[in-house]
Design a protein around this ligand. Structure first.
Ligand code: DOR
Ligand code: ZN
Length: 343
């Protein structure tokens, strides 16, 4: 039986680092394993302009643990007022690697997101021209659309029209949760890829709702039924270059999760690589872990794969149930399954 597994150092193509004390508390858990990450811009206020992104990048770099080698790949938060020239300048400077589309009201700190998609057409046109990817939070927000259908409806009503209107626009469907999204990505030959989180490979909606409500398994898009989880697993472990890791590790304090109206997000940065090794091994696909975590993402983003490596050892890892932060404890995602790989 394989006792160690060495892969190119992985990257996280969708990560929430927050700011201030929380940033300092969570960042070492990512830099321990990952060389780069696409940094989500949904701060309060959001990271909208190139200047915002530069300042946020500098705060992340200043918060790096001693000796850590880590490159934050910054993103801009798309608003109806985003200036295509500012986006192009931030991209030309090598600062910004994607623009993030949050439909207004879809998730945490998305109030400044897009309500009228026609208004952002000039930005999307510019992005298509310069080859800057659009990352989508793929859920509609219409009150009459059931929360479990919001991703599938987004594909039909929003994403497909955008892609038809801008065929050269590179799109990353973030944190996909449905077989519909897997099929949609597979149906496209170019300019479409998807990130998959660690937690959506492990939990379905029963984990959130059966036997009492489990706020620590609540995230957005919410986990769907088992058949969808299995479709995500098949996609992630297939080696198909259009699917890659974006953990969506999203720390919230327990005080903010355990409320009558609790926050969405699973904090998976500390144990993501151990969980992924377990998932891939269970599916007889350990040999595809490197493609999913380390190769497919940089290829789509037009960046070289990392030169250095990460070695996982077959040894039961130990993780704390939570990390302490100056803002209060943050619970670490519990995958329930026994873990056998230490990263
Ligand atoms: O679960 C989530 N948490 N989904 C998101 O889209 C946002 C994120 C957060 O920022 O907490
Ligand atoms: Zn996210």
């Amino acid at each position: 039986m394989t006792q160690t597994l060495t892969i190119r150092r992985p990257d996280d193509w969708h990560l929430h680092l927050r700011d201030g004390d929380m940033l300092r508390a969570v960042l070492p858990h990512t830099t321990a394993h990952f060389a780069r990450a696409i940094i989500m811009p949904n701060l309060v206020p959001p990271v909208v302009t190139g200047d915002d992104a530069r300042a946020y990048r500098d705060r992340i770099v200043a918060a790096l643990p001693k000796g850590a080698e880590f490159t934050p790949l910054m993103t801009l938060y798309l608003t109806e007022n985003t200036d295509p020239k500012d986006v192009a300048a931030a991209h030309a400077e090598g600062l910004v690697h994607a623009v993030k589309l949050y439909p207004a009201g879809a998730t945490t700190n998305s109030a400044s997101g897009v309500a009228d998609f026609d208004k952002v057409a000039p930005v999307l046109e510019k992005m298509a021209e310069i080859g800057l990817p659009l990352c989508t939070h793929g859920e509609v927000t219409d009150a009459d659309v059931d929360i479990f259908d919001r991703e599938a409806v987004f594909i039909d009503r929003v994403l497909d029209p955008i892609r038809r209107g801008h065929p050269d626009l590179k799109v990353v469907m973030e944190h996909i949760t449905t077989a519909n999204a897997v099929d949609y990505v597979r149906s496209a030959d170019t300019n479409l890829a998807a990130t998959i989180t660690t937690h959506h490979l492990v939990i379905n909606r029963n984990h959130i709702l059966v036997g009492g409500i489990k706020p620590h398994y609540y995230c957005l898009p919410v986990a769907k039924r088992e058949e969808h989880r299995l479709a995500l697993r098949a996609a992630a472990t297939s080696g198909d270059a259009r699917f890659f890791l974006g953990t969506d590790s999203a720390p919230h304090t327990d005080a903010n999760k355990l409320l009558p109206c609790g926050c969405a997000g699973c904090f998976t940065a500390p144990n993501t690589m151990s969980i992924l090794a377990e998932v891939f091994e269970q599916d007889g696909a350990l040999d595809q872990l490197e493609a999913f975590a380390s190769l497919n993402g940089p290829r789509y983003y037009g960046l070289p794969a990392n030169e250095d490596t990460l070695t996982l050892v077959r040894e039961a890892p130990e993780f704390p149930s939570h990390i302490d932060t100056p803002d209060g404890p943050v619970t670490v995602f519990d995958p329930i399954i026994p873990l056998n790989w230490t990263a």
